[in-house]
Design a protein. Structure first.
Length: 114
């Protein structure tokens, strides 16, 4: 797999600082595993605490929402855990960039499932 130097298209969801922190988390292996769920995908991101990122897809498999259990996301922000999760998905899903290129602007922040 070739490593892209340019920011991925979905990077536009995040501030530069948050994106960098998310990338750092991803590179340090804090986001490891993608688990398929009924709603889409679930990624646990380790840090001082563990937070859970959920990525929601619609019936056609398009990404439509994302949530994280951290306080920053609860306030309605795209957080570093989401960025780390997206980096992981980008690395593991061959069509992630292409799909996200078409729908990233529509991805809403949702309330985490409890
Ligand atoms: Zn978070």
């Amino acid at each position: 797999m070739t490593k892209k130097e340019n920011n991925p298209v979905w990077a536009g969801l995040f501030t530069r600082t948050i994106l960098q922190r998310g990338k750092d988390y991803y590179q340090k292996g804090k986001a490891k595993k993608i688990v398929g769920t009924k709603e889409g995908y679930s990624i646990t991101v380790r840090g001082s605490r563990n937070y859970k990122v959920e990525v929601y897809t619609d019936e056609h498999g398009w990404y439509e929402g994302v949530s994280c259990t951290c306080p920053y996301a609860q306030e309605g922000n795209y957080c570093k855990h989401m960025a780390a999760a997206f980096y992981l998905m980008d690395a593991q899903f061959v069509d992630f960039s292409e799909m996200m290129g078409k729908c990233w602007k529509k991805i809403r922040i949702m309330k985490p499932l409890l």
